[in-house]
Write a new protein. Structure first.
Length: 132
């Protein structure tokens, strides 16, 4: 794989997918990180294989509950995928769906945090007013 950069990146993607299937998401993320970095350096950031590795990276971040990081990737990767693969390609449609789901999950998490802060503030207010 050393003399064929496409094959080297594809092997890293393959490894990441096997690890993700085994639910070994941190290791899968490392494989995708390596694939995306190697792909960007040898094939270019807008090469179809590099975009695939970057998309897999975003999906793995979702599996790890790291939705905001995944959304940052989708923000740049989906437009690149549209340019390279076509706006209506299956890969782009899938990425858009994952982006939407991740955005909804990130919003739920943010709402839960805000709700928790409000409840904590009310409890502090109640405790302080009863002490005085």
């Amino acid at each position: 794989a050393g003399s064929n950069p496409e094959r080297a990146v594809q092997l890293r993607i393959w490894l990441g997918r096997r690890l993700a299937e085994a639910r070994r998401f941190p290791e899968a993320l490392a494989a995708y990180d390596d694939a995306a970095k190697t792909g960007a350096g040898t094939l270019g950031v807008e090469h179809a294989i590099t975009l695939d590795a970057t998309d897999d990276r975003a999906e793995t971040l979702i599996s790890l509950g790291r939705h905001r990081e995944a959304l940052r990737i989708y923000r740049t990767n989906i437009p690149a995928m549209e340019r390279v693969l076509g706006a209506d390609s299956a890969a782009v449609r899938r990425a858009r769906g994952k982006q939407k789901t991740s955005a909804q999950q990130a919003s739920k998490t943010r709402s839960a945090i805000i709700g928790g802060v409000i409840v904590a503030a009310i409890l502090v207010y109640v405790v302080v007013t009863r002490m005085t």
